[in-house]
Design a protein. Structure first.
Ligand SMILES: [Zn+2]
Length: 527
């Protein structure tokens, strides 16, 4: 039997704000001391009142704009009631009926992934289960940290696609400076829901597929029940997202082939065994008894261009103000880098995924551009040669530097080598002032000391010897000392020439320009 998988995702991301969602406590995900960033509000003491963190709201709206979402003019918080020890209020302030962002989409490799909604809520505390103890401890530092939740339509079709979607979403969050989205630190957490539907053999087309229980939220398109949905929770790496889905597709297909029933349940991912395992069986949808949060006013978003009066009178967030802060998005940057610098896709990917490195590259490129414009450059370089310079810069930045920095981070490079010095080295390579092995040596020293490449080249005697008469003398000596080899060459042994070039390189400690050496040798040894 053939099956069509239907996959939906829920992704949580902790927002990068100074303070928590509803109080003035510090939002510090790196705080190690338990219960340090807490106050009566986030500990839910009686009589306390929450206030909305406007920065968090703006960050969600910004994300919505980046993901082509409809932005709601009216939005409100709801209470999601459930009991758990890491939730001091006994309910979580979330959004149910009126989320900040409605339907949107994100293109992944030409496929449109539909987004149902993005809303804002608060994170819970953290339980610490000590080994061998009959109690657990609670750390409320995380309680009340602003948490954004993105829900997709059940429209994804493979583990690979889901992984690509998560990756792109993470890059967007980083570009927007909305979240650090570090999955290992739990700043971004993925959940998957997945069901399989047999493809009708006759028609070769799947019947209408939709999840039975996709939280029944507004905006879910289709409620026709088909295929039992299984949830996989707590996926904390992109690989885990992809592999758990692939595994689950296989597992469910095997069960269906044996005419067995798929149980509606929540499963976890075992990283060591690379399998999903049952965590709890969902007998019926949880009733969270949502109702509007009475302690917080609704959020109003203005889509108009506000006058000064409007700003004074209306308590609104204006979309115009947020649009002004939108950076270039990753996909736009990809297209621009490909076009402007004519770089291969692989290099563009590295420069876009690593925003700092991409910005560093563009600084080097603009240095090179300036150089081309100067008189010195103009004499020697045609404008069309710029592309060669960019290519050289990208190769040295991505390939050569990575050899040196395997263990360290890219920020290191940016701190250690200025864009000016990096560009200078590229110019030297381009002008054949240094050969590639010398360039690698210089780069290594630059990485260690951060020095100027021309100074290093001179000091280390790495400048290429291109002086004709000087080289002619050295080559003359090499010829006279190797009469036998010269004879071999004249008899047609091409390897003999390579040997002579090698002798000259040795004599000049690698500083000779091998092309010029070859040229002179050809001339001198002409039969
Ligand atoms: Zn607090």
């Amino acid at each position: 039997m053939k099956y069509k998988p239907t996959i939906g995702m829920e992704i949580h991301a902790e927002l990068k704000t100074n303070t928590k969602m509803f109080c003035g406590c510090k939002n510090d995900p790196d705080e190690k001391k338990p219960n340090k960033n807490v106050c009566p509000v986030c500990l839910a003491h009686p009589g306390t009142l929450p206030t909305t963190n406007e920065d968090a709201v703006k960050k969600v709206l910004k994300t919505g704009l980046a993901l082509n979402c409809e932005i709601s003019e009216y939005s409100q918080f709801d209470r999601k009631n459930y009991f758990y020890p890491d939730l001091p209020k006994g309910y979580q302030i979330s959004q149910y009926k009126y989320p900040l962002c409605g339907p949107g989409y994100l293109n992944i490799e030409g496929e449109k992934i539909d987004i149902t909604r993005i809303h804002l809520e608060e994170d819970t505390g953290r339980l610490i289960h000590s080994k061998g103890k009959n109690y657990s401890l609670v750390d409320f530092n995380r309680a009340g940290i602003p948490l954004m939740e993105l829900v997709t339509e059940p429209c994804l079709t493979s583990g690979r696609q889901a992984k690509k979607f998560c990756e792109e979403f993470q890059i967007i969050l980083k570009y927007l400076k909305v979240s650090d989205a570090n999955m290992e630190k739990g700043q971004m957490r993925c959940e998957v829901n997945i069901s399989l539907k047999a493809i009708s053999q006759k028609a070769g087309k799947p019947e209408a597929v939709s999840h039975k229980d996709h939280k029944g939220r507004k905006g879910q398109k289709d409620e026709r029940a088909l295929g039992t949905k299984v949830e996989i929770k707590n996926l904390n790496s992109f690989k885990a997202v992809e592999r758990s889905i692939d595994y689950e597709i296989k597992r469910q297909a095997q069960l269906l082939d044996k005419k067995k029933k798929i149980v509606q349940e929540t499963r976890g991912w075992d990283e060591n065994k690379q399998i999903t395992f049952s965590q709890r069986i969902k007998e019926e949808a949880h009733d969270y008894r949502y109702f509007p949060e009475p302690d917080l006013p609704p959020i109003k978003v203005g889509k108009e261009i506000p006058s000064d009066m409007d700003r004074l009178r209306d308590n609104k967030i204006y979309l115009l103000d947020i649009k002004k802060t939108m950076p270039e998005l990753p996909q736009d940057k990809r297209e621009r880098l490909e076009e402007e610098y004519v770089l291969p896709k692989g290099q563009v990917k590295i420069l876009v995924n690593n925003k700092d490195l991409g910005e560093y590259f563009e600084k080097i490129a603009s240095e090179l551009q300036e150089w081309v414009k100067t008189e010195e450059g103009k004499e020697k370089i045609e404008m069309s040669e710029k592309k060669k310079l960019y290519k050289l810069a990208a190769n040295y930045l991505i390939t050569e530097l990575q050899k040196l920095t395997k263990k360290s981070e890219n920020e290191n490079i940016i701190e250690k080598i200025t864009a000016e010095n990096f560009a200078e080295l590229i110019k030297m390579i381009y002008m054949k002032k240094v050969n590639s092995s010398a360039a690698q040596k210089i780069l290594k020293i630059m990485y260690k000391t951060g020095g100027d490449p021309s100074d290093i080249a001179e000091l280390e005697k790495l400048l290429q010897l291109s002086n004709f008469s000087e080289l002619e003398n050295i080559i003359g000596v090499a010829i006279s000392q190797n009469a036998k080899v010269v004879e071999d060459y004249k008899k047609g042994n091409e390897n003999a020439l390579q040997f002579l070039i090698g002798q000259v390189m040795k004599e000049t400690k690698g500083q000779a320009n091998p092309q010029i050496v070859q040229e002179i040798l050809y001339k001198k040894l002409k039969v």
